[in-house]
Ligand binder design. Structure first.
Ligand code: SAM
Length: 248
């Protein structure tokens, strides 16, 4: 039975390519890549000559048919994205779901993922977190989006691009409060890898003050809201609890 491999690729540092990923990318009949030119550079660096087809947000549904046909012919296929783990703020979900529905195995080859790399070195609580992908690009929508998350107790993880990092941090200050602990991870695994941590207002000020800190790719982590006391029940429950306690 043919297999679809979902293969993570580096997020900057080519040494993060795993030996298993190299072996699979070499051995499959076809590589489905988000951007064949971009991935072409990665593959040629490793001297991999496997043919590629493009599978991106705009053609995923059409291409899925071709890929399923290939699998039916017995050919193994690998899915990669421009960087990191496919499907994580990247195309592939529709394809994986359809390939599974068609009865084929989908096998993950784990590796780089910017959110995990950021979180594990950031010093923010990592026992529970929610990943919210890219915040909306439009300012009012983004503020509403952050405001809706302000009471969340788990660590919040976002992706952000260099042209929106300052505006996004300003909205984080507005929605979560100036004092909420924030860490941003920039250029992970690359030469200018940087972590900036502090209150939301401090992190914003540092990024505003230094144009270099606005370059590259970002993971933004916001600590969750402090857990409220168990005592904070709704008024009716408090009343009932008071009565019960009196009876004890
Ligand atoms: N699939 C990728 C992954 O597994 O992390 C994410 C793809 S998403 C289109 C690209 C975003 O991921 C960037 O805008 C940035 O927020 C984050 N990212 C990717 N590489 C990064 C890096 N080296 N350092 C910091 N953030 C990175």
């Amino acid at each position: 039975e043919a297999v679809l491999y979902v293969v993570a690729t580096p997020i900057g540092n080519l040494e993060d390519m795993t030996p298993r990923a190299l072996r699979i990318l070499e051995s499959v009949a076809l590589i489905a890549a988000e951007d064949t030119r971009h991935s072409g550079r990665l593959l040629s660096h490793f001297n991999i000559k496997t043919p590629m087809i493009a599978v991106h947000d705009h053609n995923e549904r059409q291409q899925q048919q071709k890929i399923i046909e290939k699998l039916q012919q017995g050919s193994d296929i690998a899915l990669i994205s421009d960087a990191g783990t496919p499907l994580i703020s990247d195309p592939g979900f529709i394809l994986v779901r359809e390939v599974r529905a068609a009865g084929f195995s989908v096998v993950p080859l784990p590796g780089c993922c910017a959110l995990i790399a950021a979180l594990c070195a950031s010093g923010v609580p990592s026992d529970r977190f929610i990943f919210e992908g890219f915040p909306p690009a439009k300012s009012q929508q983004r503020l509403n989006f952050f405001t809706a998350l302000a009471g969340e107790n788990r660590t919040l993880v976002f992706y952000e691009s260099p042209h929106r990092i300052v505006d996004s941090l300003a909205d984080i200050v507005a929605a979560f409060g100036a004092g909420r602990p924030v860490v941003i991870a920039r250029e992970l695994t690359k030469t200018f890898e940087t972590f900036i941590n502090g209150s939301a207002a401090e992190v914003l000020a540092q990024v505003e003050a230094d144009p270099n800190q606005r370059k590259g790719e970002f993971v933004v982590m916001v600590e969750g809201a402090p857990q409220q006391d168990a005592g904070l029940l709704d008024p009716r429950s408090s009343e009932v609890l008071d009565i019960l306690l009196e009876e004890l």
